[in-house]
Ligand binder design. Structure first.
Ligand SMILES: [Fe+2]
Length: 183
């Protein structure tokens, strides 16, 4: 299958018009992750962990997210639905509930390549890549991922704080440096 980046956007955007957009996006990602080579050709190979914006609009964000081996992202919320379609490696999701104060753990889900996970708009999760390969996924959000105000929580104290994308970027930088030094 020949797949262009625009095809990904067009297909997700068409899903937004469906009765249940997140479920329609899930169906799109189910098909896309079934052909990981086509996704890699369209989006390029992963050389470092990070977030690549495929599409950004007020009602839809599509990211290619590559978690560096050994990396873990602290608990956070999105305040919009999200669909994660894995096409390389595996990400381990842990879920949380709000507690007074902070959070309490509420289960988890391992997401190997080929799996698609739908997250409701009130989900709080953390993500880890415990494998020695990049965990690569398409992340599709029902809104503008970068502009919505939301919370994240310290991994150890579960203290709530405003979402800080700069902190996330530093986490990727540190993980990438550690990974390169090992290689
Ligand atoms: Fe997330």
């Amino acid at each position: 299958m020949t797949l262009a980046v625009e095809d990904i956007t067009v297909r997700c955007r068409a899903a937004l018009g469906e009765h249940a957009p997140a479920l329609a996006v899930r169906d799109v990602l189910d098909e896309l992750v079934a052909d990981p080579e086509a996704l890699e050709r369209a989006l390029g190979p992963v050389e470092l962990g990070g977030i690549t914006t495929v599409h950004r609009a007020p009602d839809l964000t599509i990211l290619r997210v590559a978690w560096t081996p050994g990396m873990a992202l602290y608990p956070h919320e999105h305040r919009m639905w999200a669909v994660i379609g894995m096409y390389g490696g595996q990400e381990d999701n842990a879920f949380y509930r709000r507690a007074a104060p902070g959070l309490e753990p509420a289960g988890g889900r391992e997401l190997p390549a080929g799996d698609v996970l739908v997250l409701g708009d009130d989900v709080i999760h953390s993500v880890a890549n415990t494998r020695r390969e990049f965990a690569v996924a398409l992340h599709v959000y029902g809104g503008d991922f970068f502009s919505v105000e939301r919370s994240e929580w310290d991994f150890e104290t579960y203290e709530e704080r405003p979402r800080d994308l700069e902190r996330t970027r530093r986490l990727f930088d540190e993980a990438n440096t550690r990974w390169r030094d090992q290689a």
